[in-house]
Design a protein around this ligand. Sequence first.
Ligand code: FES
Ligand SMILES: [Fe+2]
Length: 401
Amino acid sequence: MNAPAGRPQCGHTQAFGLDTGPVSTAPVIEPEFFAREREAIFRHQWFNLLKRADEIPNPGDFFVRDIEVLGTSVVVARGPDGQVRAFHNVCTHRGNRLVRAADGCVKGWQCDFHGWTYATDGTVQFVPDEGQFFDLDKSKMGLPSVHLDTWAGFLFVNFDDAPRQTLEQAMGDFNQDLKPFPFDQMICAGRWRYHVKANWKVTMNAFQEGYHVAFVHKRSAPDAFTGTDNPYCNISHMKLQPNGNQHLSVPGNPAHDLSPTEQIAFKFGSTFTQGTGGRGAYPGTQQDKSADWGFELNILFPFSRINVGAGWYYLDAFWPVSQNETVYELAYYFPKPKSAAEMISQEFSKIVLRDLSREDLYTNEVTQRALNSGAIKNITLSDQEAAVRHLYRTVERLVGR
Ligand code: FES
Ligand SMILES: [Fe+2]
């Protein structure tokens, strides 16, 4: 088929210095490769916890995240002094898991094994029968800290003893390209977690190309992102950073035939399947570089994203668990609704995104099972799948394959 007028059909892959050959399936099916990823990548990267510092605004507010790939759990809490800190979720007495709740607001935590108590700044407050211990210095028994930093208000942790780069360095070009987005003017409107039986790269790669849209989403989004001028959802603007970060502009279809529900929903704010909806440029986006702008995917290597649209954004992460298991987590942010109509409008966009994601996740599991058969040793990628290739090549380089 000829390239539709005005649509770039090639140039992403070679523009970013990538090869054009086949890509091995070993990195998504071999347990040994996953073990090497853990040591070479995951132990050293900043992880976006998909939560903002302003979502734990009060002293004592906390939340817990289990990081399966590193076999650990982290507690993030705002201390009595107002400072946010991150700790390993482990009691320093005999190593029991300290915090069982997922989140909350507390004065401190008490270990349920022998009752040691800790304040939300990580210091030990009370040791039962303390006189039985030998030279116990409580000031040295605080919770082990985890490196924590924020970027545009988002909380990140790093489990390295000495992180190899600052969070700002890890964000690369997003410091200029994405940071101006008004993240602080929106609040979390919904959060989901899915357990997916697929490798984290198989899962994530289905979310960073438009080639599948006309097929996987043919019923749920028959013409929102594809149309006669762009039938295969070609990505018109792509930026692949040497550190593994990626930016993709997903096109919208200017001829998208709004359903009656969309017509009502978009009148009151949300625009997930309608690009800007005629609302003009949005700060921190690359609208000017993309014809028929829809929304943007911003991938923070290795596995989280900050995806922005005109008046909304969503955070997601493809948390690796094993070579064929991933936890997909998604949090959707909107301006605080000022009316019931705006709330319903936002609910509509949330559900559309949820359903689209579930279609992708189902395909991921089917793909993984087929890959596990070992019947093919390589996959074949088009220029429109340059971001997929970039992820594989970045991982292979770091793992040393
Ligand atoms: S392990 Fe926590 S008090 Fe003993
Ligand atoms: Fe999709």
